[in-house]
Design a protein around this ligand. Structure first.
Ligand SMILES: [Zn+2]
Ligand SMILES: [Zn+2]
Length: 127
């Protein structure tokens, strides 16, 4: 199987997810279709797709890296109990101050909220 076919299958699998899977999770699903693929190959392709700006890599909460099929800046809510990561609505914006000094090209900003997701909050009777 050619590299580009592996890459597009990995992308396809990721695009079915809204839960920001880890490389391991993507690997387990890709393996159902391509039993010979290695975790390293899946991981390398996810890294390539994210440096090409096709997907987004999330390095949050100190846990394993997660991958997001939506590369446009959007904010996330991370559950401290079950580690789920949800997207916040796209139009959810806060006015942030300009970055002082420098000629950086700012494309957007993302925020990470954390706490307990609906399910975990209900279990802990936080509502
Ligand atoms: Zn939770
Ligand atoms: Zn997301």
């Amino acid at each position: 199987m050619r590299n580009t076919e592996q890459k597009s299958l990995i992308l396809e699998v990721l695009q079915t997810h809204k839960d920001h899977p880890t490389a391991d999770q993507v690997y387990n699903e890709v393996r159902e279709k391509l039993p010979k693929i290695s975790l390293g190959t899946v991981y390398r392709n996810l890294e390539k797709l994210s440096s090409a700006g096709i997907i987004m890599k999330l390095e949050i909460g100190g846990g394993q890296k997660r991958f997001d099929p939506n590369p446009m800046g959007h904010s996330h809510f991370r559950c401290l109990s079950c580690s789920s990561v949800e997207d916040l609505p796209h139009d959810f914006k806060i006015d942030l101050p300009e970055i002082p000094d420098g000629n950086r090209v700012v494309l957007g900003t993302t925020l990470e909220y954390y706490g307990y997701c609906e399910e975990c909050a209900a279990t802990r009777q936080l509502h």
